[in-house]
Design a protein around this ligand. Structure first.
Ligand code: FMN
Length: 308
């Protein structure tokens, strides 16, 4: 049976989301964490420690993702993950954000082949016993860069190459370059995973026959994988329950209303996609500046909401 993976999404698919999504809708075959960013301190931030705390990931197949351009930082972080029981770690070669690429990290490495080669040499030399997967785009600013990039990556024993077939300058917009993925299937021996714009069961039916990774589609519809496995769509009540459970974790763990509401607004940017004609109904939810106002707006929303 084809495997379905949950994409790393900073601010969205952290451990609280994974717990609630898997408990209510059945888990993904693997979850990739939003990126951890090791640095010269050789210490994870509190938020990162929570992300990889085995107690927060019990019963799930979780792969920590690491964003860096320095092999020694990656190797340190990978060993910290290994010590906690993780058998695979993932290298981020896709993040398009200017603050990341400006430091030659994420997709920034796709235009810095020498730094990338040094990074990969250092990683694979130091960690022969560990599964290292890579999540990449197909180039910096031109899909024609893909063959050379794929050749470079194919020289390493990458456990899984997750390909988002866009270049960095396309961010997450425009049509994906399916032909670039097809080209990879014919031109590398590395195991491949496809990621990009899989929003519905129909998109998935037309996708390449490899493990598939879901990002925005799964955050918009947390029951998407259940549907793909032949189960029912989420009902409004189930989505309300999902919302309430996730909201409760943020209220439990964050101090003050502002960070809680920030997280929830981010979630609504996607979850809104599950519902019909949401703009009017969601206005009060988006405008709420206190949790009390938010609670009231959300109850009204769910009382009237209809599925898309
Ligand atoms: C808000 C947001 C945060 C993301 N964070 C990460 C991240 O931490 N690491 C990563 O590799 N990709 C990250 N991505 C990219 C997704 O993992 C995925 O590749 C992208 O959304 C395309 O897949 P989709 O069309 O299924 O959403 C992020 C994307 C978005 C929109």
């Amino acid at each position: 049976m084809r495997e379905y993976y949950a994409a790393p999404m900073e601010g969205l698919t952290g451990w609280r989301w994974r717990q609630v999504q898997s408990a209510l809708f059945g888990g993904a075959d693997r979850y990739y964490t939003p990126f951890l960013s090791p640095n010269a301190n050789f210490e994870f931030q509190t938020k990162e420690l929570q992300e990889i705390d085995p107690a927060h990931n019990q019963g799930l197949f979780v792969v920590p993702q690491i964003l860096t351009n320095r092999a020694e930082y990656f190797v340190w972080a990978a060993r910290e993950c290994q010590r906690r029981g993780y058998g695979e770690v993932n290298l981020n070669l896709g993040c398009p954000s200017g603050t990341v690429t400006g430091k030659n990290k994420g997709a920034g490495l796709l235009r810095e082949k020498d730094i990338l080669r040094r990074l990969l040499d250092g990683i694979f030399d130091a960690l022969p016993g560990m599964k290292i997967s890579v999540k990449t785009r197909i180039g910096w600013d031109d899909p024609a860069q893909w063959p050379a990039l794929l050749e470079l990556l194919s020289a390493y024993p990458v456990a899984l190459l997750i390909v988002h077939p866009r270049v960095r300058t396309e961010f997450y917009k425009g049509a994906v370059h399916r032909d670039a993925f097809t080209w990879a299937q014919a031109n590398t021996r590395l195991p491949l995973c496809y990621n990009g714009d899989l929003l519905t069961p129909a998109d998935t039916a037309a996708a390449p026959d490899v493990p598939l990774m879901f990002g925005r589609g799964l955050v918009s519809d947390p029951a998407l994988l259940r549907r793909l496995r032949g189960g029912e769509r989420a009902t409004v009540r189930e989505l309300e329950e999902f919302h309430d459970a996730l909201y409760a974790t943020y209220r439990r763990d964050y101090s003050g209303d502002v960070p809680v509401l920030h997280r929830m607004r981010e979630l609504w940017n996607y979850l809104a996609g599950s519902f019909r004609d949401t703009e009017q109904l969601l206005r009060a939810v988006r405008k709420a500046r206190t949790c009390a106002a938010y609670d009231q707006a959300v109850r009204q929303f769910f009382a009237r909401a209809e599925l898309a």
